[in-house]
Design a protein around this ligand. Structure first.
Ligand code: HEM
Length: 425
């Protein structure tokens, strides 16, 4: 099969349950040109090199009308009403290059302090136990709808400082915005209109909330971003009159929506993929139940073995010679993180799920300057969730294997995961 056909197959929802044999074939040609001029990169060494290469941009993204794999129509929502040259400056920072990217990311990193993230462990444990408590009296649940989906959005609401009474509304927006991430939805005008409406509502809500955080500061991320960080910590970029560095309202709204969207579907899929993978190998599930200390290693291996983000897209801004070919300037580039994670040149016996794997430097959180900001939080959420599920679910079994998957190839994960069990502890 040509590598163009292979990538088409990867995008085909019929192959969502197991794209890994296709990746193995793709890796025979590490950097492969598609008919539409896109370059697909599938090997670990080449991906690791390109995520840190300033010659590829996250800002000048390929035209989403032309390339059906781009999977970032969410940016259309941010940019649609704005002229092209202003667009770039109003993208969330995942879609920006230095120096703007680094300035905005720096501010977020400070607000997302290790201390604040650590404090979320206890809150996450409470939420987890509350959700599992609702399984009482049931013989079967859908892990996605009943557990994995509500957990991360509630956690991010608490971190951002969304008042508890507004959380259900925020959940609804998060669900709607997640559909904006499905490339397949792009052509559907009704969905697009709903997404735009949702984006307007969430922006209005956040604008009001930001104003409140300025008047009555609280201990949360939005308050910190809205009021500026301490001058002692600032990078020196654009300090305001008090010497603290702030974001303008547009960047703040874009950042809050980014944190919601980037941290939601991804964490849902990490938790769901983990339960699916472990229940297919009950010895690992039992090991986790008997020794919760194994959880961090299990999760790292899960991020390698079944990464929720399967690929990311970029644009070459110069000719890039790599692996015997030259990616030409202006070519779109697909970095197949999930394939790099199964590259036998980097990981011994890569198709084996092995939490004891040494030197597990996977690409599950990306790499280089866009490396996932939420990685410590995602690890905590997944750890707390898995340990509690393993401890409290009695004799859990998969009802349907493989489960039905969401159509998206980029953010890949089951739409439902039905579990049968014999009660909760
Ligand atoms: C970036 C994966 C959870 C916020 C990324 C990237 C990946 C990733 C692969 C790199 C994107 C690129 O190179 O273009 C994941 C996975 C998660 C997860 C697998 C869960 C299992 C979270 C959470 C948050 C978050 C919980 C925040 C609440 C972000 C942000 C970026 C990012 C803001 C952009 C960083 C930048 O451009 O500098 N994530 N993520 N992520 N992630 Fe995550």
């Amino acid at each position: 099969m040509s590598c163009t056909t292979l990538f088409e197959q990867v995008l085909d929802p019929d192959n969502r349950a197991n794209p890994y044999p296709l990746f193995a074939q793709l890796r025979r040609q590490p950097v492969c040109r598609q008919e539409d001029g896109t370059y697909v990169v599938s090997t670990h060494a080449e991906i690791a090199r390109l995520v840190s290469d300033p010659r590829i941009s996250s800002e000048d993204l390929p035209d989403p009308q032309k390339f059906r794999w781009t999977g970032h129509p969410i940016t259309d929502l941010f940019v649609r009403p704005i002229r092209a040259e202003i667009r770039r400056r109003h993208q969330p920072f995942i879609f920006r290059d230095p120096p703007d990217h680094d300035r905005l990311r720096g501010l977020v990193m400070r607000a997302f302090s290790p201390e604040r993230v650590r404090r979320m462990r206890e809150e996450t444990a409470d939420l987890t136990n509350e959700l599992i408590g609702k399984f009482a009296g049931k013989a079967q649940i859908d892990l996605v709808d009943d557990f994995s989906y509500p957990l991360p959005v509630t956690v991010i609401c608490k971190l951002l400082g969304v008042p508890p009474e507004d959380e259900p509304q925020f959940q609804g927006w998060a669900t709607q915005l997640a559909t904006a991430l499905e490339p397949n939805q792009r052509a559907d005008e009704e969905t697009q209109a709903k997404n735009e409406q949702c984006f307007t509502e969430i922006s209005d809500f956040l604008r009001d909330l930001i104003a409140k955080k300025r008047k009555e500061p609280q201990d949360d991320i939005l308050t910190d971003l809205a009021n500026g960080t301490k001058p002692g910590n600032a990078s020196g970029d654009d300090p305001d009159e008090d010497g603290a560095e702030t974001m303008n309202d547009f960047d703040l709204i874009a950042t809050a929506v980014l944190l919601l969207v980037a941290g939601h579907e991804t964490t849902v899929n990490l938790i769901t993929n983990s339960v699916l993978t472990l229940l297919r190998r009950p010895e690992h599930w039992e090991r986790l139940r008997d020794d919760p200390g194994i959880a961090p290693r299990l999760i790292e291996e899960m991020l390698r073995y079944e990464p929720p983000v399967q690929y990311r897209t970029r644009l070459a801004v110069a000719d890039i010679p790599i692996a015997g070919v030259t990616i030409p300037k202006d070519a779109p580039v697909v970095l197949l993180l999930a394939s790099g994670n199964r590259d036998p040149a980097r990981f011994a016996d890569p198709d084996r799920f092995d939490p004891d794997r040494p030197d597990n430097r996977h690409l599950g959180f990306g790499g280089g300057l866009h490396y996932c900001v939420g990685a410590p939080l995602a690890r905590i959420e997944a750890e707390v969730a898995l340990v509690s599920l393993a401890r409290r679910l009695k004799n859990p079994r998969l009802v349907e294997d493989p489960p039905p998957y969401r159509p998206g190839a980029s953010l890949r994960g089951p739409r439902h995961l039905c579990l049968a069990f014999d009660g909760i502890a």
